[in-house]
Design a protein. Structure first.
Length: 86
């Protein structure tokens, strides 16, 4: 199992309190770090432009999946778009 923690702007230096933006700590309980990647474009439906921050949640698609799965179950993966905006 691979875990990745995104710390947002919660890590700051001791002297001037400058944030270390969006630090990500990754580790694995096994010998290999999972390199899952998903590629796509996420746009604001009204503006048709990318938002500065979007949470992305992935759910397993199987025979139990319904339209209410996103409200009733925890996602398999959670990330955000902060490190992918240009």
């Amino acid at each position: 199992t691979t875990y990745a923690f995104n710390f947002g702007q919660s890590i700051v230096d001791n002297n001037e309190e400058n944030p270390y933006d969006y630090y990500r700590y990754v580790f694995s309980t096994g010998d290999v770090i999972d390199s899952l990647s998903v590629k796509g474009i996420i746009l604001d439906a009204e503006k048709r432009q990318p938002d500065t921050f979007v949470s992305v949640m992935l759910y397993e698609l199987d025979s139990t999946y319904t339209d209410s799965t996103v409200y009733k179950q925890k996602p398999k993966y959670i990330t955000n778009t902060l490190d992918s905006l240009t």
